[in-house]
Design a protein around this ligand. Structure first.
Ligand SMILES: [Zn+2]
Length: 61
């Protein structure tokens, strides 16, 4: 995660954070912290990102 995130929470192994991109749009990112997983995705809404984090089935576990 290279950008600055705010409101970072952890749901299981997945972190969800909110950040503004260079065009000023708000993006919500879900990123798994498990070293062998690599899951990371951006969503338009916070609830979508949190849902993805909750339902993430981590292959590294
Ligand atoms: Zn994972």
């Amino acid at each position: 995660m290279l950008r600055r995130f705010r409101d970072v929470i952890r749901l299981g192994p997945v972190k969800v954070g909110t950040a503004d991109d260079r065009r000023g749009r708000t993006k919500h990112t879900a990123a798994c912290t498990a070293p062998r997983c690599g899951f990371s995705a951006e969503y338009d809404t916070r609830s979508a990102a949190e849902l993805a984090a909750r339902t993430h089935r981590c292959p590294a576990r």
